[in-house]
Design a protein around this ligand. Sequence first.
Ligand SMILES: Cc1ncc(COP(=O)(O)O)c(C=O)c1O
Length: 359
Amino acid sequence: VNFASDNTTGAAPEIAAALARANQDAHAMPYGNDPLTKRLTAKFSRLFEREVAVFPIATGTAANVLGLSLSVPPYGGIFCLESSHIYEDECGAAEMYTGGARPLPLPGRDGKLLAPELAKALSLYKPGNVHRVQPAAVSITQIGELGHIYSPGEIARLAKLAKRHGLVVHMDGARFANAVAALGCRPADITWRAGVDILTFGGTKNGCFGTEAVIVFDKAKAASFAYRRKRAGHLFSKMRFLSAQLDAYIDKGLWLALAGHANAMMRRLANGLARLPDVELNHMPRGNLVFLNMPAAMVRALEKAGYAFYHWGNARWHTARLVTAFSTDPGHVDGFVATARAASSGRKPKQPMAFLPRP
Ligand SMILES: Cc1ncc(COP(=O)(O)O)c(C=O)c1O
């Protein structure tokens, strides 16, 4: 049983069926000139309540950095959280795809990059100083890498400040569906209506085999994307198979139903674990991701019982990351909680546990 990540899953049956249907056509024109890809623009424009440009991309990393490369010059700076995927987990892709721009890691509050932190950073990175990278973008992740969710107001305040300083606003939405499902908002409310310019719309972690979409809200700004994507080796000749996944994913609210299940499973898991005095959650999650501290003996008991998850620590306690998914079985959640409860000491640890940095 696996709580390591939402990309340890397979794909939702509806997505598998859509791929099989796409495969029934013996031939279709390549490089996105097929009917499935062509209709994505209209479908995503309906979903976001405005005309958007849509580009299927197979990995989240490529989607993030190709999106950023649209507006960030080689001498630009990209404000982001120090825990952000673009800074910590993309192996310098942002630098490479922008021709040299630099992510500028900032401390967050509750796992989020909010307007006050950005304001402070902007006061240090004044444009026009030839010795420094020039502020060009701010990138936030929804839901955040530590599991927190930005409210529409938080995004709007950050974006307003960003716009005042001429920054483009990018959102890494690898788990965008989980945020929309948790907030119960319209996709537009936490994107362009709040000031987001470019979105990585995630699919892989929530039921697709492997596809994301870059959404550019101002179509005029997307003009160079096609060339950047081809040059980066991300223009799939059989693009219809990426598009078929996205098409089925946003059809009839499937993406939100899948994310709603993942979120509900996380609520169930977190509610069960929060009752144990020797387990400490980093927040009460509304999405599908949480970090927690637990005694090393509890980790051992869970692993022995067959539960897989990421954790790191010392002889006394470990910090762990738990992620639920569209396919998480409630019985597995209950089993995890019951195993943790059986291994619990039933009291608070004498010395406090602290969240340990990921190795
Ligand atoms: C916050 C976030 N952004 C983006 C990604 C996309 O990564 P990949 O390039 O592996 O698809 C991930 C995957 O782990 C993620 O957690």
